[in-house]
Design a protein around this ligand. Structure first.
Ligand code: ADP
Ligand code: MG
Length: 226
């Protein structure tokens, strides 16, 4: 056990170092990005315009990796407050809809009759947002993303269903592994962040996937009455 604790402490220190490093690296990146943008618009460099665009895109990708990594390593204690998931999703709806709309996709919210929960609202917003974004990204052309809530004996459930291409079995096993991505501009940190947030809420994440799409179920244990 002591060995395990020592290992965890070491990982914690490494995490903190990496987070600090992330912060430090971002400033010079911002400078470089600014100059690249300047050069991109110079007439005499016109023939390199595509290369400049690529460099800027890659910098932006590096920046999202750092941003998402920082949110994962922040590890700040969750602030739990009583809240209804339907209200939280209703507030979030316009934000996701803007994303969906700009890609020519539909968004539907089907709120069920559910009890309140003790949650860290900011974190759960992040969780739903990550799943919704993945769902939209999984639908290459059009399609409908459905967010649903319901309650059963044990759980209050949010499900996020897409009509996308599904997840290959060998990829399902890798979900949650930091930096696992099949996207050209992916960070591979969206799902690990979801698992992290779910764990803080003792929630479980289940996945159903096939050729007609993927559904993520997030099951929050129902609060005990009395
Ligand atoms: P990213 O979105 O940056 O790639 P994530 O951690 O959010 O990173 O997702 C990891 C990978 O899991 C994705 O690259 C994709 O292959 C797969 N994935 C996640 N959600 C879905 C989904 N709804 N449909 C299909 N594949 C998905
Ligand atoms: Mg993602």
């Amino acid at each position: 056990i002591e060995r395990e604790i020592a290992k965890l402490e070491r990982l914690n220190v490494i995490g903190q170092l990496a987070a600090g490093l992330g912060h430090e690296v971002r400033n010079p990146m911002t400078t470089v990005r600014g100059f690249l943008q300047l050069l991109q618009n110079k007439n005499e460099l016109h023939s390199y315009k595509n290369q400049f665009t690529l460099m800027i895109e890659e910098l932006d990708r590096a920046n999202s990796i750092i941003r998402e990594f920082l949110s994962l390593s922040k590890n700040k204690p969750a602030v739990f407050k009583r809240k209804n998931l339907n209200q939280l999703i209703t507030n979030l709806f316009p934000l996701i809809q803007a994303d969906a709309y700009s890609q020519g996709k539909k968004l539907v919210f089907e709120p069920g009759d559910i009890a309140d929960l003790e949650i860290d609202a900011n974190e759960v917003i992040q969780l739903v947002l990550n799943l919704a974004r993945n769902g939209l990204e999984a639908m290459p052309q059009e399609g409908c993303l459905t967010i649903k809530t319901f309650m059963d004996e044990e759980y209050i459930v949010v499900c996020v269903k897409d009509e996308g291409t599904g997840i290959k079995p060998e990829h399902v096993l890798k979900l949650g592994t930091p930096f696992f991505t099949t996207k050209e501009n992916g960070t591979g940190l969206g799902i690990p962040i979801c698992y992290d947030i779910a764990e803080k809420h003792r929630a479980l994440i289940d996945i159903e996937t096939g050729v007609d799409g993927t559904t993520f179920f997030v099951r929050f244990p129902k609060p005990k009455v009395g």
